[in-house]
Design a protein around this ligand. Structure first.
Ligand code: SF4
Ligand code: SF4
Length: 238
């Protein structure tokens, strides 16, 4: 065998595969369609709108070269795919689940979470975050914060399109940036949301929330002595 013939043969195999792909597409009537498999005709100016791009799957039936024409086509995002943490608030009552207990900040390996606890007008601490920050450039997507949170308040999200033109301030997400509704989480993580573990956890958290509410209500009620001022003694007639 001459020197280099193996390389040439390899290139010929690739070229054959490349041409076959076009031929197969033309025979199957997909000549004018996106090669990734999306249902759109080849178009330069039309777009279905952000977030509505067709999802493309390369399974065992797909033959030939396969290119996902991102961002016009996308690969599916699987439920367990995780990027950055979000904080959950309950859709029904708008209650922010986080109690500002600081556990997530303590377990975070690169220490990229910090928060301040809310205070009542009297200056006593309230189990809510006044603000909550995560430095998204430092976060290593490990998910430990969500594993350790005792209130099911912090979860991993799947959004990976986070780039912008500023890398100092905008990548430090605050409470408003981090909050997402429980409804949103249920849609992006249907399997986890309906799992026995999560249902039990939700019930546990709801019970704790109710206990806290009852405690707060009891504390705000005036005591039996202060409830009704004692009637002034009637003047005794001589
Ligand atoms: S997200 Fe969870 S672990 Fe972190 S401070 Fe809030 S309640 Fe605590
Ligand atoms: S995912 Fe990991 S690195 Fe990121 S905030 Fe949570 S614990 Fe920290």
């Amino acid at each position: 065998m001459g020197v280099g013939t193996g390389v040439i043969r390899g290139h010929l195999v690739t070229l054959r595969r490349f041409l076959l792909t076009f031929w197969q597409d033309i025979r199957a009537g997909r000549g004018l369609k996106r090669r990734g498999g999306g249902p759109l005709l080849v178009d330069l100016f039309r777009s279905p709108g952000r977030g509505k791009e067709p999802t493309v799957v390369q399974d065992y039936k797909t033959a030939g070269l396969f290119t996902v024409e991102y961002p016009d086509e996308r690969l599916p995002v699987y439920e367990r795919f995780r990027v950055l943490p979000v904080l959950i608030y309950d859709t029904e009552d708008g209650n922010v689940r986080c109690t500002s207990c600081n556990i997530c900040a303590k377990v975070c390996p690169p220490q990229c979470i910090w928060m301040s606890q809310a205070k009542s007008p009297k200056g006593t601490v309230v189990p809510l975050p006044e603000d909550f920050y995560i430095d998204m450039d430092v976060c290593m997507n490990c998910g430990l914060c969500s594993e350790y949170c005792p209130f099911d308040a912090i979860k991993m999200d799947q959004n990976f399109e986070l780039s912008n033109y500023e890398r100092h301030q905008t990548h430090i997400f605050n409470l408003q940036d981090l909050l997402v509704s429980s409804e949103f989480y249920a849609k992006t993580h249907p399997e986890a949301w309906n799992s026995a573990d999560e249902v039990a956890e939700r019930n546990k958290v709801a019970k704790k929330k109710d206990q806290r509410l009852q405690k707060a209500l009891a504390a705000s009620k005036p005591g039996p002595a202060a409830a009704k001022p004692a009637p002034a003694p009637k003047p005794v007639k001589a």
